[in-house]
Design a protein around this ligand. Structure first.
Ligand SMILES: Cc1ncc(COP(=O)(O)O)c(C=O)c1O
Length: 475
């Protein structure tokens, strides 16, 4: 029965034990004991070895998904007579293992800081396949990127143009650059908002782009690749991309009058399914709609279609990842201040906003399922909460679990592959969970979990005290 505290979009699942691959990783299923498994590795095997909370990545799911997106964007570009350069946006989830997968798949990698650049290089990504973003790159980050020979740096302000030019000059190099343009388009899920200039920190106003490009072209140490825009995230419709492309192509065609503009980068932002209410379009559909929009805008301006670049992150890895938690305390909270009295079951888990910031950061919704066993009990409306000292420490704002969910059960949260590990933190001195990649019946640790000792590595007094401790009880 529907609980009046449930949000409108949430319906009681027909089968509480179902792990719908519309949301969950492709290789998840239930074994004969009713326990969930990924690529043949049971949840209990993973939690016995690695504990909880645990980030689990279905490696084949990632590989298939990322390749499909790459192929779709390339095919869409080809259908309008051009090529596509596809970057994986490392901010979604990055470690050297993932960087290595990305190179194996023939993808480029987009990084947003010196640290991400270091991870990309250590993961074996060829520097020429790396794009560097950021609205406030330090001199050191710019110097390092130029020194490494990255394929592109995206200029976000006038001052950066000067910094990149002087770093390239000092190192006797020619650095390829893009300019991030504020297209005045912001899109999220189903809607987009078009303004003259979006009120945010990223990008250069369209009317200022030509002057900056003239400076790039006159600098022997810079090479102009083209303009860039990223209009938002978790986007389900092509319209926002098409509008941004239309606006960018207007600028692009003006720039063509004074020199070549080989590429046009339309950023990332393709949406995924987090809950049963989401119906993300398939990537082929949205890619072809964007390509059609680009073609039309180029025809209107009578210009050649440039090489297109894209930077999806979430769409490549979001649904490949899940998080496993152990259920701790449970409270049935009678909520009597609403129109109808109702009970919400608060299920506390051993992680929270330190391993998944998205619900507290922007009220993101997730789906949860009991995965250590099945249950035939009725559905109870639950709120899965963490163990942090914040009432906003919510992992799953609203979903249904079997009413017999109990202490020590393992529950999983779907689609945590993107922006969970990468946004993780140590609030309340919680240690960050490990990450395992599962493939061919094997769960492989790719990032170890933090230990309590890790929490004190940077604590100067603690380290001093450790150094001065008598050894073996003797001085
Ligand atoms: C410039 C840029 N490119 C790509 C992305 C990736 O976005 P998503 O993971 O939604 O595809 C982001 C996300 O913030 C971004 O800022």
């Amino acid at each position: 029965m529907t609980n009046p505290l449930a949000p409108d979009w949430l319906t009681v699942p027909r089968d509480l034990n179902d792990l719908d691959t519309k949301i969950w990783p492709t290789n998840i299923s239930r074994n004969k004991y009713g326990e969930a498994q990924i690529s043949g590795v049971a949840v209990s095997e993973m939690t016995a070895q690695f504990g909880t909370p645990l980030y689990v990545i279905d490696e084949d799911d990632f590989r298939v998904r990322a390749k499909r997106i790459k192929n779709a964007l390339e095919a869409a570009a080809e259908s309008i007579g051009t090529k596509a350069k596809v970057y994986y946006a490392g901010k979604a989830f990055l470690c050297t293992e993932v960087a290595n997968w990305v190179s194996e798949l023939g993808l480029n990698l987009d990084v947003a800081s010196g640290g991400e650049l270091a991870a990309a290089l250590a993961g074996g990504v060829a520097p020429e396949n790396i794009g560097v973003h950021g609205n406030n790159k330090s001199l050191a980050e710019i110097g390092r990127a130029v020194g490494a020979g990255v394929g592109a740096i995206v200029i976000d302000s006038e001052i950066e143009l000067e910094r990149i030019a002087s770093a390239a000059q000092a190192q006797g190099k020619v650095q390829a650059v893009r300019i991030r343009v504020n297209a005045g388009v912001h899109a999220s899920t189903h809607e987009y908002l078009a303004t003259a200039r979006e009120d945010q920190k990223f990008g250069i106003a369209r009317q200022d782009v030509a002057a900056l490009v003239a400076r790039i072209r006159s600098d022997a140490h810079l090479e102009f690749l083209g303009i860039h825009s990223h209009i938002g995230s978790q986007i389900f419709e092509a319209d926002g991309f098409v509008e941004a492309a239309r606006r960018l192509i207007e600028v692009h065609s003006q720039l063509l009058s004074a020199g070549p503009v080989p590429e046009l980068n339309l950023g990332g932002g393709f949406g995924i399914n987090y809950t049963s209410a989401d119906n993300a379009p398939n990537i082929e559909t949205i890619a072809f709609k964007i390509a059609e929009g680009v073609k039309l805008a180029c025809e209107e301006r009578q210009i050649e279609v440039p090489v297109l670049a894209f930077e999806p992150g979430r769409a490549m890895i979001g649904q490949s990842g899940i998080t496993l938690y152990t259920v701790g305390t449970i409270k049935d909270v009678a909520v009597t201040d609403g129109s109808a009295p109702a009970v919400r079951k608060y299920v506390s888990v051993d992680g929270g906003m330190s391993d998944n910031m998205r619900p507290s950061l922007y009220a993101a919704d997730y789906q949860t399922r009991l995965v250590s066993r099945t249950s035939d009990q009725d559905a109870a409306l639950v709120r899965v909460v963490g163990k942090h000292c914040e009432s906003g420490d919510i992992v799953v704002r609203a979903d249904y679990l079997p009413s017999d969910v109990a202490n020590n059960d393992i529950i999983a949260v779907a689609a945590t592959g993107a922006y969970c590990y990468s946004l993780s933190n140590n609030y309340n001195f919680l240690t960050r969970p490990p990450v395992v990649a599962v493939r061919d019946g094997q769960a492989r640790l790719i990032v170890r979990g933090e230990t309590e000792a890790d929490l004190f590595v940077r604590d100067v007094r603690f380290q001093e005290l450790q150094k001065n401790l008598p050894k073996n009880g003797k001085e």
